[in-house]
Write a protein that binds this ligand. Structure first.
Ligand code: AHR
Length: 670
C-alpha cells in the first residue's frame, strides 16, 4: 500500500472511509487565470411568461386589451397564427409551413358574467394611438354585470398590503349606475372593494384607487362590477399593481422573483433576448422604444414565443433593476434580420442604418448625456439623469451567414468608435467558422443546449481553444436534452461544464444559463432555471449550481492535477484573496461516494476546519418541485480536516457523496 493509501486507511479508522486510488493535487503557487467579476450573469427573455406573469409585477392579464392585435401581414386561422410570407434571406425561399400559437379566447384574460351584457373590442376614439384597443361593454339591463380578470393563472395578493388599481374608463352620458372594483378570493370572498367614481360627460377618466386585501390569497381575481343601469362602458386600461415591488419601484418587478435573481449575484443582465430580439419576421421583433413611458400607452407585441408581451417591463425598468442589484446591463440589438430558425427575413440593405441607429438610441437612453441626446433626455425625464450601468451590447441574436457577418462589421466599427468603453459581442452560430469571417470583435457568444453526456464530456473543451483574438461569453447553455423539465443529472453535468469555463476564465469571461424563468402554466421551452406561479418561486437543482458558483467565485484559479478514475468526477480549485480561502469545487456524478485524497502543495498554514457546501440528490432523476422546493438544496456545514504532511505537501482525505456538487472553502495562507 502506498503512503497515501496508508494515510487514508488510517483516516478511515477516524472520520474517513476506505482506501482510494484517486488523488487531487492543488498547486497553490501555480496561479491560473483571474476569475473576473463578470463571470456569472443572467440571460432574460420574454419566454414561458417570464416577464408578463413572471418577473413583471402587474397582476392583470391583457390590461390594455391589445392581445388580439397581430403583427402586420399575419393572419389567424383557428388556434394558429400565420406569419407574413417573407423570404428567408439565405436561400430566397418562403417558409410557408410556419405557424405559431394563437388564442381562441374572445378577449384574452377577460370574462363577462351576465346573460344580457355584451363585450367587444373597438379602436374608435382611442386614448392613445399606440395602444388604441378598448373593451366596449353594452349593458342591456339593470342587473349586476361582472367583468372578471384572473390575471396570470390567479392573482396572488397579501393581507394588509397595498395594490394600486388604475383604470382608464369612459361611460355613456346616460349611465347612472354604480361601478365597483373588487379583489375576490378563489373561494369567492371579497378581500377588498372600492367604488369607482367617474364623470360621464363622454370623456375618458384616468382614475386610481388603493385596495388593501383583508386576507392573503394566491388565486384571487379582479372583478369590475356594473349595476343598476343600462348604458355603455369603454375600458382602455385596467391595471392592478402591487405597491410592494422589488425595491418599491413603481411599475416594478415582483419582489420574490426579482430577489431569486438577485440571489444569483448576477454580474450582468442580458435583455431582451433571445429570439424575441429578432422576431418571427421583422414585424414582430422586440422594439425597445415602445417600452418607454406611461405603461398605459405601451402597445406590446405578439412575441416570438406565442403570446403577447405587454412591454410593461421595458428598457427603463430593466436598467433600473440592473442598477438596484449591482449588475451591468447587456443590450441585444437587431441587425435587420428576423430569427433564422423561423422566417429569416432580412431588411433591405438601405434600411440597415435604421437598425444601427435604433441600437445607438438604446445605448444613448442608457448612458447618454441628457443635454446632448434626445433619448438620454427621456431617461432624465423618467427620473434618472445619471447614466445607467450599461456594459455590453450584443450585435444580433443567433444570426449567422454572410449577411450577418457584413452587418456585424458595419455595426461593430461604428459602435466601437462611438463607445470604446462598451464590450461588443458577436453571435457564434452555428459552427466555429464565423469569427474568422469578420474583421474584429471583442467577444463571441456560442450557445449549447445539450445532453448530460455532452456537458460532462466537454468540461475540458476550452483548455485547447485559441487565445488572443477575442474572449468568450457563453450566453446560452443548459443541459436540456433527455432531462425533461430538469433533473439532478442535468445540474451536475452543467457543474462539470462550468468548472471547465471557470478554469479557463482567461478566455471565457462571461456565462449565462438559458432560459431563466418559466411560469408553470405556460412552458414554451422544455427546461428552464426557475419555475414560478402566482405566489411561488422554485429554483431547480441547476439554479443552486449557478448560485454556488457565483457565491464562490475565487479571485484566481489555482492549478489542480487530478487523477480521476471516473469521468464523472470533476475538480477545480481557486483562491479567494479577500477571504484568504482556498476554494475547491468537486462534482461527483457517479452512483458511488467519491473518496479521494486532496494534497495541497505550496501552502503555508491550512485551516483544520472548512466550510463545506453540498448539493446532492438520492437519484439522478430527482428535482425540486412546487410541493418540495428544497428537496435539492445546498447544505452548509463546518467540517474538520486532518492534514498529514509529507515532504512538500499537506494531505487530507475527503469523501464526496454520490450525485453531488460540493464547494469546500479552506482558510489557507501562502
Ligand atoms: O433560450 C431560448 C432560445 O434559445 C433563445 O431565444 C434563443 O436565442 C435560443 O435559440
Amino acid at each position: 500500500m502506498c503512503m497515501k493509501g496508508i494515510i487514508c486507511f488510517l483516516l478511515s479508522l477516524a472520520p474517513f472511509p476506505a482506501f482510494t486510488n484517486d488523488s487531487i493535487t492543488i498547486h497553490m503557487q501555480n496561479h491560473g487565470a483571474e476569475v473576473p467579476a463578470s463571470m456569472y450573469g443572467i440571460f432574460f427573455e420574454e419566454i414561458n411568461h417570464a416577464g408578463d406573469g413572471g418577473l413583471y409585477a402587474e397582476l392583470v392579464q391583457n390590461r390594455s386589451f391589445e392581445e388580439l392585435n397581430m403583427p402586420e401581414g399575419y393572419h389567424a386561422e383557428g388556434p394558429w397564427l400565420y406569419p407574413a410570407q417573407t423570404r428567408y434571406h439565405l436561400d430566397g425561399k418562403v417558409r410557408s409551413d410556419r405557424r405559431y400559437r394563437w388564442t381562441s379566447e374572445q378577449i384574452p384574460g377577460w370574462e363577462l358574467e351576465s346573460p344580457n351584457a355584451v363585450m367587444s373590442l373597438t379602436t374608435d376614439a382611442p386614448v392613445s394611438v399606440n395602444a388604441p384597443t378598448q373593451l366596449h361593454l353594452t349593458l342591456n339591463s339593470k342587473e349586476t354585470v361582472r367583468l372578471i380578470n384572473r390575471g396570470y393563472w390567479g392573482m396572488a395578493v397579501k393581507a394588509g398590503e397595498k395594490y394600486f388599481l388604475r383604470t382608464i374608463i369612459k361611460t355613456s352620458r346616460n349611465y347612472k349606475g354604480t361601478i365597483k372594483a373588487k379583489i375576490v378570493s378563489h373561494t369567492n370572498n371579497i378581500l377588498a372593494e372600492t367604488t369607482l367614481y367617474c364623470s360621464n360627460k363622454g370623456q375618458w377618466n384616468d382614475i386610481r384607487y388603493e385596495l388593501i386585501p383583508s386576507f392573503t390569497d394566491s388565486k384571487s381575481h379582479l372583478i369590475l362590477e356594473f349595476a343598476e343601469d343600462v348604458g355603455q362602458i369603454w375600458l382602455d386600461y385596467v391595471s392592478l399593481f402591487p405597491d410592494n415591488t422589488f425595491n418599491h419601484r413603481p411599475n416594478g418587478l415582483r419582489r420574490d422573483v426579482a430577489q431569486a435573481l438577485a440571489d444569483l449575484r448576477p454580474a450582468f443582465f442580458r435583455w431582451p433576448g433571445g429570439c424575441v430580439v429578432e422576431g418571427i419576421t421583422l414585424n414582430n421583433r422586440f422594439e425597445w422604444k415602445k417600452t418607454l413611458g406611461d405603461p398605459a400607452r405601451r402597445p406590446g407585441e405578439y412575441s416570438t414565443w406565442g403570446y403577447r408581451c405587454s412591454y410593461g417591463m421595458g428598457w427603463h425598468e430593466i436598467l433600473q433593476y440592473c442598477e438596484d442589484i449591482g449588475a451591468k446591463a447587456m443590450y441585444v440589438c437587431n441587425v435587420g434580420l428576423a430569427c433564422q430558425f423561423r422566417m429569416g427575413e432580412s431588411c433591405q440593405e438601405d434600411s440597415v442604418r435604421h437598425y444601427l441607429d435604433d441600437c445607438i438610441d438604446a445605448i444613448e437612453y442608457a448612458i447618454g448625456n441628457p443635454a446632448q441626446n434626445k433619448w438620454a433626455r427621456l431617461r432624465a425625464e423618467a427620473g434618472h439623469p445619471d447614466p445607467f450601468p450599461l456594459g455590453y451590447v450584443e450585435i444580433g441574436n443567433e444570426n449567422w451567414g454572410p449577411v450577418y457577418d457584413r452587418r456585424f462589421d458595419y455595426f461593430y466599427e461604428e459602435l466601437k468608435k462611438r463607445y470604446p468603453q462598451l464590450t461588443f459581442i458577436y453571435n457564434e452560430m452555428p459552427d466555429r467558422e464565423g469569427p474568422s469571417l469578420i474583421k474584429k470583435t471583442d467577444m463571441i457568444d456560442p450557445h449549447w443546449y445539450e445532453t448530460p453526456q455532452f456537458f460532462y464530456g466537454n468540461s475540458h473543451m476550452f483548455d485547447s481553444w485559441e487565445r488572443g483574438k477575442y474572449t468568450i461569453y457563453v450566453g446560452e447553455y443548459a443541459c436540456n436534452r433527455n432531462v425533461g423539465g430538469g433533473k439532478m443529472v442535468a445540474a451536475l453535468s452543467e457543474a462539470a461544464f462550468i468548472s471547465g469555463m471557470e478554469r479557463n476564465s482567461d478566455l471565457v469571461r462571461m456565462t449565462s444559463y438559458a432560459p431563466l424563468l418559466e411560469n408553470r402554466h405556460d412552458r414554451r421551452w422544455a427546461t428552464n432555471l426557475i419555475w414560478l406561479d402566482a405566489d411561488q418561486v422554485v429554483g431547480r437543482s441547476s439554479y443552486y449550481v449557478q448560485k454556488m458558483f457565483a457565491e464562490n467565485r475565487p479571485t484566481y484559479n489555482v492549478k489542480t492535477t487530478h487523477t480521476a478514475t471516473d469521468s464523472l468526477h470533476h475538480v477545480i480549485a481557486g483562491y479567494d484573496r479577500q477571504a484568504k480561502e482556498l476554494i475547491v469545487k468537486v462534482v461527483n456524478g457517479s452512483d458511488l461516494p467519491y473518496i479521494t485524497t486532496i494534497a495541497v502543495e505550496g501552502a503555508g498554514r491550512l485551516g483544520t476546519t472548512a466550510t463545506s457546501i453540498t448539493l446532492k440528490a438520492g437519484n439522478l432523476n430527482d428535482e425540486n418541485s412546487f410541493d418540495n422546493p428544497r428537496r435539492i438544496y445546498p447544505q452548509t456545514e463546518s467540517i474538520s480536516l486532518e492534514w498529514f504532511r509529507n515532504t512538500k505537501q499537506k494531505l487530507c482525505c475527503l469523501t464526496f457523496p454520490k450525485y453531488s456538487f460540493t464547494v469546500i472553502r479552506i482558510k489557507a495562507e501562502y
